[in-house]
Ligand binder design. Structure first.
Ligand code: ADP
Length: 590
């Protein structure tokens, strides 16, 4: 394995270099010691020779006689072979030299370093290459008061000799070196084995493999501690990751149940997450079928968001959460209203929220329309009442029967006003406070009977017949007064608009586990098809004049529809083939 080899080699080389330097240093030190020891020995010998020569000169009184040649007899007696003996006076003039017969031509020796030292401090030595023999000499000069005795021996304290003489020491060092080498080899192998194990361990941890069951053959030393630390860090990371995943899943689950479409994007406009509503909404907003959330940036309806995000791209956002830059606007697409919102976070990632505000938006528009409709509807009876009363006040001479006529008319208009207000309030209650109506199991037949009873005289006046095919078993979960209103409005409409001699029928035609299905029909003229889709709208009348004549408010069928919806049912209307109008509706059993 590459890592193992490099690592081992590196440790091994480092140790090897350090140990080699150490060995060489020891050898160098030993060599130096040996050299100074030998030099000392040599100097000692040369000093003895000088002393011998000095005594000989003194004894034979040679300095006085000048017979320096007689010193030649000493040559053979000297302990070191080839020792050069030179005698010079205190001015440096050579008086005798054992190597040179004619000393007259020898140059003055006063400036020789060893001679200088001897003249000034009694004795001196120097190692130099001899100009005569080209050999390295150890010169030793001694001051003998009237003259200087200088001895010189070939200087050969060299490495070769040293190596020759220090056999044992060298063997010892080499042995130590080899021993260290083996030890080093063994130690680095062990160390690299541990490191490799540790590396495998860390790699497995990095790959998210379960490391707790891995071979734990780590000794209880620093490596063991590292292993334990890795496990600890791994465990901590795993726990943190698991917790994060859990939180993320929770968040994601939460996002999925939200009614809003939500998606979060990175600053580079890459999707980080999007819930299913988001995908559904962008598919509704986009003209082409979209799959991915990233597609919103090419949908024209989102261009404001793209501009907004691009505008903040290069800017620093240092805002508290509540002050984060955001944009909000409403768009309309295929009769639906969507509110789009974009919030940019500090790290430039951003969130796009889409809410379907169709219902509230439509309701808002409807309420707006309704308010103006109500105002309009109220104005008509009110201005009539005002007109009648004004006439009465301004014309006191009006005959009494005429006065009564005006008062009756005003009263009728006030009745109409009351009806209108009652209907408006009932509708508002159904819409906004549906929960306040009490629902309980209710037998439907008596309710229908009461309605018929209530309108019996008017039915008779129009020579109308009725057929009720709802038996006593039909029990719905309902509110009595609302259901009364439903049938009252339907039957009243038939009385008002179906014409004379018609037949009304109320029939339960089907039932299933949850619902009863009813048909309400009359045999009148029905409604021309173009009006049919709108007749459940508030204040919508086919024939305004006729409706007013009959005291209609234009709210009857709206009340019917909303009451049925509050009963969890549905209602539709159509013209019957055989003539007349037919309503099909369902009412919940439970
Ligand atoms: P209104 O107070 O005018 O009766 P509704 O909402 O009850 O208001 O009815 C809306 C319109 O539908 C009526 O104005 C009428 O023109 C028409 N209509 C309702 N019921 C019938 C019916 N049974 N036959 C013919 N037209 C009807």
């Amino acid at each position: 394995m590459v890592i193992q080899r490099t690592f081992r080699r590196r440790i091994f080389t480092n140790f090897f270099v350090v140990f080699s330097i150490f060995t060489l240093a020891v050898l160098g030190y030993q060599y130096d010691r040996e050299k100074s020891y030998r030099t000392g020995q040599l100097e000692n010998k040369l000093d003895n020779i000088s002393e011998v020569a000095h005594r000989y000169i003194e004894h034979k009184k040679i300095f006085e006689t000048g017979d320096f040649k007689s010193l030649d007899t000493l040559k053979s007696l000297l302990p070191i072979e080839n020792t050069r003996l030179t005698i010079m006076n205190m001015d440096g003039k050579v008086l005798y030299d054992s190597f040179v017969a004619d000393v007259k031509h020898i140059e003055n020796h006063l400036l020789r370093p060893e001679v200088q030292k001897a003249v000034h401090s009694g004795k001196g030595s120097s190692i130099r290459v001899s100009q005569t023999t080209n050999q390295k000499f150890y010169y030793y000069a001694k001051n003998c008061k009237n003259y200087v005795v200088r001895t010189a021996a070939v200087y050969n304290v060299d490495i070769i000799k040293f190596l020759k003489t220090e056999h044992f020491f060298l063997f010892f060092v080499v042995f130590l070196f080899l021993l260290m080498w083996i030890l080093l080899h063994y130690t680095t192998r062990r160390l690299s084995d541990f490191i490799i194990k540790l590396k495998d361990f860390a790699l497995k941890a990095g790959l998210n493999e379960d490391i707790s069951k891995m071979d734990s053959n780590f000794q209880d030393n620093e490596l063991g501690v590292i292993r334990r630390q890795i496990i600890q860090i791994y465990d901590n990371l795993k726990t943190a990751k698991d917790e994060l995943t859990g939180e993320k899943e929770k968040l994601y689950g939460h996002l999925q149940v939200l009614k809003e479409g939500i998606s979060i994007f990175s600053p580079e406009k890459h999707k980080i997450l999007a819930n299913s509503h988001f995908i559904q909404f962008i598919n509704m907003i986009s003209d082409k079928s979209t799959i991915s959330a990233e597609h919103i940036f090419s949908i024209p309806e989102f261009s404001k968001i793209v501009e907004f995000v691009d505008q903040y791209r290069g800017q620093d956002i240092q805002a508290q959460h509540k002050e984060l830059p955001q944009i909000e606007y409403t768009i309309e697409k295929s009769e639906k209203f969507f509110q789009l919102r974009c919030i940019i976070f500090v790290d430039k990632s951003f969130e796009v929220l889409i809410s379907d505000v169709t219902r509230p938006e439509k309701q808002r528009l409807l309420k707006q329309q309704l308010t103006s409709n109500i105002a309009h509807e109220l104005k008509t009876p009110l201005s009539s009442i005002k007109g009648y009363l004004e006439t009465l006040i301004n014309n006191q001479s009006i005959p009494i029967d005429k006065q009564r006529y005006f008062l009756e008319k005003a009263f009728a208009q006030s009745e109409r006003l009351t009806d209108l207000l009652n209907d408006i309030s009932l509708l508002n209650n159904i819409e906004d406070a549906g929960g306040l109506f009490e629902f309980k199991p209710l037998m439907l037949k008596p309710v229908i009977r009461d309605v018929i009873e209530n309108l019996k005289s008017r039915l008779t006046n129009k020579n109308m017949e009725y057929r009720i095919e709802v038996d006593n078993e039909v029990v719905v979960n309902g509110n009595e007064s609302l259901l009364f209103s439903v049938f009252q409005n339907l039957v009243e409409n038939s009385i008002n608009y179906s014409g004379d001699n018609t037949v009304i029928s109320i029939r339960k035609y089907l039932e299933d586990d949850k619902f009863y299905y009813f048909q309400y029909a009359d045999s009148g003229n029905g409604i021309s098809e173009e009006h049919l889709p709108r007749i459940f709208e508030r204040f919508y009348r086919v024939d305004y004049g006729r409706s007013r004549e009959n005291g209609g408010t234009g709210l009857g069928l709206s009340i019917v529809k909303n009451a049925i919806l509050l009963h969890k049912g549905e209602i539709s209307v159509r013209n019957r083939v055989e003539g007349g109008l037919e309503f099909l509706f369902s009412l919940s059993k439970k």
